[in-house]
Design a protein around this ligand. Structure first.
Ligand code: N01
Length: 545
């Protein structure tokens, strides 16, 4: 049943130098594919461009060993088509990259999207023509296309980031970034491998390769709180039950869980119970797969300081139980911020790899990386030699993939200039001075597909509204942006969200990036949905021309 991964094909057709369209979509990943489906269904001319050689976005690029969902597969799959949900069999509860890539290819085929997708093609610039109220985009091969609307479905984590270590080009071995992993298999067996970065990507790589490499050295800066994933195959009986429950699962994700998962929080307050009672609840939930162990937990773990402190100590205790050497365990234990202040990665056997003789943990807080050398990595305690260096150093999130393009709005203003002091939008959807540009970031803090579907639907409705009412363009008032950005700041000012730790949620993981305003919205998904519905009720926060 699973679709084969299509070979990269060039599907765009150009009769003229400049193709005229109704809608241009930048990106053929999770959000872009659904956006394309919706726009096609409206009968508009549309093309999606993607610099990847295939569809799937994140699940095309992040093909490093061990890459997989940490949302339950059935909640990460689209909900818009009951037929698709019934046809597609997820093989694992937390599906791996190869199957995820097949899923998005299956979607592209099933909904006949391929003819509208141009692969291997990067959008380098987009310029708004005020006199015609149309965008013109320039592609990396010099071709151009024009459309009334542009949906930048470029993904929240697609602009990969590599620190500017001195000597990075001197290294004579092989180097890879997790997010630009080659399509051809990389043989790491018996090699001396360094992994720089210990976030979700680094953790998945390390636990997957530790047993096959001759030496693994993990360069960690800030330790994460990690929770066990507890993945497993979906049995035929579970498959049937999941399909029977599909509508309910999708409703839970959209309407009940504050963060788009298939389970809701316990409304009780942790602080109403004794420590013994609380830790009994934590222990019971700890046996559950994925995020359930904290998303089904007391609802105030994130908002009440004392509750957050308590749960953080519980998770620290779990780390100490699994790592034999107390000094190594201490290096792996977060002390400077609370559980949930950064995106929590899941793991299978990550902590146990540090009990192996061939794995070493280097805390770059104690011994900073000074330079990359011809043979390996030099830290303040000396040089270690490697055959391979893997950079698991993350992303210039949310804004990075937009500001790397030359996007110019009204009066030639550059988007990158507008956001020098920080990210400014209304609802993460549009920004003043850039009419008819949909940022399409799914930037509510939640299970990605759940928010991505809402965002794509909002964009499609908005485009329909503008066209049906014979407006030329839409973009938000500055005052509306001010209101929204204050709301975003307020939502991030409570509980663990206010902890001071480097995070892609805020942009503080990138040196020099403005990080005073969060890039993500930390209110509940339901609050975000109400904001979206209200905005589309009257569009009074928008300038319509
Ligand atoms: O990136 P990260 P990621 N010197 O930013 C370190 C999603 N995702 O690719 O913590 C030394 O989390 C950096 O150190 P520090 C998920 O949403 C999902 O791992 O900043 N180290 C950190 O350890 C996730 O949150 C899955 O101090 C440096 C690491 O690099 C998001 O993607 C799987 C450094 C970067 O960690 C990003 O995850 C994978 C330097 N100069 C990813 N600069 C799923 O399971 C950076 N680092 C679905």
């Amino acid at each position: 049943m699973a679709a084969e991964i299509a070979e990269p094909v060039e599907t765009g057709r150009y009769d003229d130098d400049v193709e005229e369209l109704d809608v241009i979509i930048i990106g053929a990943g999770n959000l872009g594919l659904y956006q394309l489906y919706l726009i096609k269904r409206m009968g508009l001319s549309v093309r999606a461009y993607d610099d990847a050689g295939g569809v799937g976005g994140t699940w095309y690029w992040n093909r490093y060993p061990g890459a997989r969902f940490d949302s339950e597969s059935e909640s990460y799959g689209y909900s818009f088509s009951p037929e698709l949900t019934q046809e597609w069999d997820w093989k694992e509860h937390f599906s791996g990259q190869p199957e995820n890539e097949r899923y998005f290819n299956y979607v592209a085929d099933k909904f006949d999207l391929r003819d509208n997708i141009v692969l291997n093609t990067r959008v380098v610039a987009a310029t708004y023509d005020e006199s015609e109220a149309r965008w013109e985009i320039e592609l990396d091969d010099g071709r151009r296309s024009r459309a009334q609307f542009v949906v930048a479905a470029v993904g929240i984590l697609s602009a990969h980031y590599s620190p500017d270590f001195p000597g990075i080009d001197d290294f004579e071995g092989e180097s890879f970034h997790t997010s630009r992993w080659p399509r051809e298999p990389v043989d790491l067996r018996g090699k001396r491998v360094a992994v720089i970065g210990a976030g979700a990507s680094g953790v998945q790589v390390c636990q997957t390769i530790a047993a096959e490499v001759s030496q693994l050295t993990v360069y960690q800066r800030t330790p994460h709180y990690l929770v066990p994933l507890r993945n497993g195959p979906v049995t035929p009986e579970e498959q049937r039950q999941l399909k029977d429950r599909a509508a309910e699962i999708h409703r839970l994700c959209r309407e009940v869980s504050p963060v788009g998962f298939m389970y809701g929080p316990d409304p009780r307050s942790a602080l109403d119970y004794s420590k013994e009672e609380r830790w009994k609840v934590y222990e019971e939930l700890w046996t559950r797969p994925g995020f359930a162990k904290f998303l089904m937990n007391f609802s105030d773990l994130w908002t009440e300081d004392a509750a957050a402190d308590d749960y953080s100590e519980f998770v620290r205790e779990k780390i100490r139980e699994r790592v034999h050497d107390p000094k190594v365990a201490e290096k792996l234990t977060p002390r400077t911020y609370r559980f949930g202040a950064r995106r929590v990665p899941c793991e299978d056997n990550y902590y146990e790899i540090f009990n192996r003789n061939n794995v070493e943990l280097v805390s770059v807080l104690d011994t900073p990386i000074e330079r990359i050398t011809q043979k390996g990595i030099l830290t303040s305690d000396g040089e270690r030699e490697f055959d391979v260096i893997i950079y698991a150093t993350g992303f210039d999130s949310i804004t990075g993939s937009l500001t790397r393009m030359d996007i110019r709005g009204v009066d030639g203003q550059r988007l990158a200039d507008k956001w020098t002091e920080g990210f400014r939008t209304l609802l993460g959807m549009q920004t003043n001075g850039f009419p008819n540009l949909f940022i399409a970031m799914a930037s509510s803090f939640c299970n990605y597909t759940v928010c991505a579907e809402m965002v794509a639907e909002w964009n499609a409705n908005c485009i329909e509204f503008v066209r049906n009412r014979n407006f030329r363009s839409i973009h938000p008032h500055k005052e509306a942006e001010d209101r929204w950005m204050q709301h975003v700041r307020d939502a991030a000012s409570q509980g663990v969200a206010k902890d001071d730790v480097s995070s892609w949620f805020k942009g503080s993981n990138i040196p020099g990036k403005a990080s005073s305003t969060p890039l993500m919205y930390f209110g509940s998904l339901q609050a975000y949905r109400v904001e979206l519905l209200n905005a589309a009720r009257t569009f009074e926060e928008f300038i319509l021309e």
